[in-house]
Design a binder for this molecule. Structure first.
Ligand code: ARG
Length: 429
């Protein structure tokens, strides 16, 4: 292109931007506003929004008269407003329908084509941000990119891509004939060099974080549920390599020893943390490692997975995990470990992400702590603590509202009546 022509283009682009209308100002009036950053609830607040962000927050009586004439005010009456909720452990691209069908009849195309439905359900449930920890074939990257481009509606997303797994591990297809193989882009990587390469590959194609499968799992057919599946060296390699690229590592770990190895290797979060012992809790506290315990899951798996055709060996593993995970969650809460809200939605229906709150309260958290786990703490784990998780100036205008007091009845968070993402109303009942 000739320099003059190029200049003309640059001017045209500049002028187009200069002619853009000023960002819309909008205000939301809230009878009550939960401020997880201070653990308080404020009365009669006005949230002033400019474009996608919050401009100011303060007493409605003071701020209302300062609004430019004609500003649209959404009056939520006596409702309680909270920051948009954050789920740090989702698999938003899929949902189980039938064990056999899911493995042998569905292709990645089937998964990709329905992922947007689950993203929208998640957003409608008030989860305006998610950290998706594990999706093969990079479907989560495509979903995130389409959401970011405004092509489809969904939560803000951090995406890990395929979870790194040892051969025969939780991310592998086990107990099949050795001649059965499923094609696709997966996260199988063995040995320090292969692990480093897989981390690089995931990042090359779009990973915001790295997920590793540190120990065995429930919904896979390897024998144990908690056995270590990566060596310390492999996990350390994943953490070091991810750090070079500015990424954190989330480790799926049910097992007592694998949890400790992963913490010592420097992961940012332990997912599930089912068989964590006192030493593991102390280590997590000392290293500042977040625990992300999916303590609703058990109810759904035991109630529905037989019907979905899951083999008995998998159901038996769930029976080993469920209650112990909840008891250990209670111990971790009591000890003061850092806990971020993560549900494993995708193991159960998307949109039900809020069902875990009541379990967290039942097993030892105050309602405010449970809310903090899904707002300020989750944002901290994501590395987004100046962007999401608070209703405060400079943060994204991501809001949910419930009619009633969620501190008195935490189940209200299961179905918010109002959801806003980046200043756009998603749902208003
Ligand atoms: N994705 C996890 C796994 O397969 C689900 C564990 C669910 N059970 C539980 N009690 N949290 O290991």
């Amino acid at each position: 292109m000739k320099p003059l022509l190029l200049l003309a283009f640059v001017f045209a682009a500049f002028n187009a931007r200069a002619a853009d209308p000023a960002p819309v100002i909008l205000a939301v009036k809230a009878g009550h506003l939960v401020a997880p950053q201070s653990g308080t609830v404020l009365a009669d607040q006005l949230i002033v929004i400019e474009g996608e962000h919050i401009k100011s927050v303060g007493p409605a009586a003071t701020l209302l008269p300062t609004l430019p004439a004609g500003t649209k005010v959404i009056d939520l009456g006596n409702a309680t407003v909270l920051p948009g909720l954050i789920d740090c452990h989702t698999h938003v691209t899929s949902q189980p329908e039938n064990f056999y069908e899911d493995i042998f009849r569905k292709s990645p195309i089937d998964e990709a084509i329905t992922a947007h439905i689950y993203a929208k359900r998640t957003l409608d449930a008030g989860f305006t941000t998610i950290r998706n920890v594990g999706a093969d074939n990079y479907i989560d990257f495509a979903l995130r990119n389409a959401i970011n481009a405004g092509k489809i509606l969904g939560p803000r997303m951090l995406a890990s891509g395929p979870a790194l797994s040892a051969t025969g591990g939780h991310g592998d297809l086990n107990r099949m004939s050795p001649t059965v193989h499923v094609d696709g882009i997966n996260g199988i990587a063995d040995g320090v060099e292969a692990v480093r390469k897989k981390v690089r590959e995931n990042i090359k194609y779009g990973a915001d974080l790295i997920k590793i499968l540190a120990t065995a799992g429930v919904l896979s057919e390897e024998e144990s549920v908690g056995g270590p599946q990566y060596s310390f060296e492999e996990m350390k390699a994943a953490v070091d390599e991810a750090a070079l690229w500015g990424r954190k590592v989330a480790a799926h770990a049910h097992g007592t020893e694998g949890i400790k190895m992963a913490i010592r290797a420097g992961v940012a979060s332990i997912e599930h943390a089912s068989f964590i012992d006192d030493e593991g809790i102390a280590l997590a506290i000392a290293h500042g490692t977040y625990l992300v315990p999916d303590i609703y899951n058990d109810d759904y798996i035991l109630a529905e997975y037989g019907r979905l055709g899951y083999p008995e060996n998998i159901l038996a593993k769930e029976r080993l995990v469920g209650r112990t995970q909840r008891e250990n969650f209670a111990k971790a809460v009591k000890a003061g470990a850092k806990i971020a809200y993560g549900t494993d939605a995708g193991v159960y229906p998307h949109g039900w992400n809020g069902k875990q709150f009541r379990h967290m309260v039942k097993w030892g958290m105050t309602p405010m702590q449970a809310i903090q786990s899904a707002t300020t703490s989750a944002a901290d784990l994501l590395g987004w603590k100046t962007k999401v998780g608070q209703v405060a100036p400079g943060f994204f205008a991501d809001l949910v509202a419930v009619s009633g007091d969620p501190l008195a009845d935490i189940t209200l968070l299961e179905n918010p009546s109002f959801v806003m993402k980046g200043g756009a109303v998603i749902k208003s009942q």
